[in-house]
Design a protein around this ligand. Structure first.
Ligand code: NIG
Ligand code: FE
Length: 429
């Protein structure tokens, strides 16, 4: 059925983030948001048809304007729907007791090695019904949407058996069809060595390679394959094997790299041609250079550093070296239990010293590249999906200045208004 056109007009600032659909923005390019003042966008059937100055579009569409839904964005900022390219969206339960122990001095990895951490969530996720995983996931997605996020990557990795990894990926697929936010799925069977394989880790690596990856590919359950490459979890050699085997089945590599210590994760990401290397708090100088040389996107997760009370990734050095940067929440129950991408953006600004414009690029077009979607989302350009967020502020600098507040006024997802006046038109859980 033909939908009514949507005409967004009079935007104080239209941040188009144009010109980087073919490759991610890097270095000084990340500051280039291609802003149109008094901007307007014409949308038909879920697709952006034209953008420009309000007067120009009013003249161009003069004959159709009376049939369109008009959104007056006077005094507001219009930008591409935000994209979160790294989450562990599907999981059961929470870990506030572990948090309390960490506040008293316990270390994240020590807790994991004692069977807490990822293992605790794995136990709960294995026991959870798929219905409850879907419902919890939908609740989180409603929160994401309220923050102006329109696409979310979701990893498995709290199953660590074929049945439960599959349950997580199927749940993510169901959520995709139940919620306006688009979900992009990543298989992460290599998130931890499950406790039943503690004494025989190589056997688990074989299980991932021989059983899980072929089935993920056969059932088309994911597009990406991620590994937690860290001392005490998966070694660089094991990670390489897992990522290369996934590649053979068409799964694009991603890596949780150098989160806790320098471990060669960034170097490995460059070597296997990963689409992104994520975390990178402790990435080596050589690792950063390798990422730049190979054009691997650094997905930085300042919420994780904040919540684990460690130093931030060296984002300025990465940008200077020419590494394209994206930002994400890492939404998970252990190291970053948040759905607030705006809070992550605040941390990136004040704690990592990214500029406001670099940050907008990092959560739009560069985030789209990190999940292989830059051809259809991440910028406001003719021909792209109409995923658009409108903020109730006249200048995007105020997004960072008035921190800790939700500025989302309106969200258009696939050409449909799903948030209006800061309120979800409908909740989905
Ligand atoms: O990205 N580092 C590994 N995985 C997650 C944390 C998972 C958890 O603690 O449950 C992360 O930080
Ligand atoms: Fe993560």
């Amino acid at each position: 059925m033909e939908r009514k056109p949507i005409f967004i007009k009079c935007a104080a600032q239209l941040l188009t983030v144009n010109g980087f659909s073919d490759r991610p923005a890097k270095k000084e390019e990340m500051n280039n948001l291609s802003i149109i003042e008094d901007g307007a966008v014409w949308i038909e059937n879920g697709i952006i048809v034209k953008l420009g100055k309000t007067g120009e579009l009013e003249r161009f569409f003069a004959e159709k304007i009376s049939q369109a839904t008009i959104i007056n964005a006077k005094g507001k900022v219009v930008l591409p729907g935000l994209i979160d390219p790294h989450t562990h969206l599907i999981h059961a339960g929470s870990r506030e007791k572990e948090f309390q122990l960490r506040l008293a001095g316990a270390m994240y990895m020590e807790m994991m090695n004692k069977g807490w951490g990822i293992h605790a969530t794995t136990e709960k996720t294995r026991a959870a019904s798929i219905e409850s995983l879907i419902n919890e996931g939908l609740k989180r997605l409603d929160l994401f949407l309220s923050f102006g996020v329109t696409t979310v990557e979701a990893k498995s990795g709290y199953g660590l058996t074929w049945e439960t990894e599959k349950k997580q990926l199927v749940a993510a697929g169901m959520i995709n069809s139940l919620h306006p936010i688009d979900i992009v799925r990543t298989f992460m069977g290599a998130h931890a060595i499950p406790s039943e394989y503690k004494k025989k880790p190589e056997q688990y690596v074989n299980e991932v390679i021989e059983t899980m990856i072929p089935r993920v590919a056969e059932d088309k359950l994911a597009e990406f394959n991620d590994v937690f490459c860290e001392r005490g979890v998966f070694t660089p050699e094991q990670s390489r094997k897992i990522l290369e085997s996934g590649r053979g089945y068409g799964l694009i590599p991603k890596i949780h790299a150098d989160e806790i210590e320098p471990y060669g994760g960034a170097e490995l990401a460059a070597e296997v041609g990963a689409i992104s290397a994520d975390h990178l708090l402790k990435a080596s100088e050589k690792g950063i250079q390798d990422l730049a040389d190979q054009g691997v996107i650094a997905v930085l997760l300042p919420g994780t550093a904040f919540f684990l009370m460690t130093g931030m990734a060296n984002a300025r050095k990465m940008i200077e070296s020419g590494v394209p940067i994206a930002l994400a929440t890492d939404c998970n129950p252990g190291s970053s239990p948040t759905c607030s991408l705006p809070f992550i953006m605040t941390l990136a600004c004040l704690q990592m010293r990214l500029t406001p414009a670099e940050i907008i690029t990092a959560v739009t077009i560069n985030a789209a590249h990190a999940i292989n979607r830059a051809h259809e989302i991440g910028s406001i350009e003719a021909g792209k999906k109409a995923d658009i967020t409108i903020l109730n502020i006249p200048d995007f600098l105020q997004f960072f200045y008035f921190y800790g507040q939700n500025h989302t006024d309106c969200v258009i997802k696939n050409g449909k208004v799903v948030v209006k006046g800061g309120v979800l038109c409908k909740t989905y859980h």
